[in-house]
Design a binder for this molecule. Sequence first.
Ligand SMILES: [Zn+2]
Length: 344
Amino acid sequence: MPPRLWPSSFSHFWSPKIIRASPSTPLHHSLLPRTSVRLASQRGPQRTQYNRFGNIQILYSLWRTSPNFRYGVGAVGLGSGGFYYYNLEQVPVSGRRRFNCISTAREERLGESGYRRVIQQYGRDILPPDHPHSRMVNKVLGRLIPAAGLERQKWDVKVIDDPEEKNAFVLPGGKVFVFSGILPICAGEDGLAAVLGHEIAHNVAHHTCEKMSQMAFLIPFALLLTWTLGISVQDSGFILDVALERPGSRKMESEADYIGLLMMAQACYDPSLAVGVWERMAKEEKYAPPQILSTHPTSKNRMKVIQEWLPQAQQKRAESQCGIMTGYVDEFQSAFEHGDDGFW
Ligand SMILES: [Zn+2]
């Protein structure tokens, strides 16, 4: 079986539990990074024969001598370029242009099968709906969903009783999983809104579709790289993973931070409290790999960028209906402190 060129999950590697928990398709956006890069030299003895650059010479010679080869390359290039251009679209909220050839219906079907697998694995550890943790997650989600504009999805919340696991994820189609271990890091509803906002943002932006779409180009590209450089499929997969997939993943994570921050602000939560979540998360990280080898930005970078976005998020909060309420509360508090007759 050819090796998978794309990650099986978005989990962080220092927790074997999470790796075990991950669905086998790239539809699972967890809060924390997957960093399990294995260097080519660490992958054991299955390395193939080395015919480095020999095949490049063959290609170059074909290009020089065969018009049919050049036409063929041109046709494939034009076809691929046209397909790519035809499937370009804009990500909601952030406005980023990206390639996506997967329908949301397909994404949701994948979410359904992922959901069944997670339930199978964690069914016994799921807290009942009337548990205080489940109620809190439901409450926060109830405020975030209208801000996300995903009311039509069949939302379902499951809190998994695992105090050691500091993670959460939302599967396509609105299936929310929160491990109880992340709740102390959230330190309240605003922090939980930051975490869930980020996870829901992956759904808003259809990042699963995007990752699957990229595979349509990456797999043939990896095979071409394998042949031209005379390296193993594992090695070409590794090169593309570090060079393209991980930077792309970090971009999506950052985008989810941005969309999630605006979402929580619109839902009347305090966006400035998102910074504290990453502060506490950074303290929990026993081993933080260099960002370049990670699927996620470092907690430190996340905090820095979130702080830069805060004025925009505060503006969003002020513009939403809760802005009126907040303004009124602030005014009331100010009047109370100064003994304004208008309120007495
Ligand atoms: Zn994420």
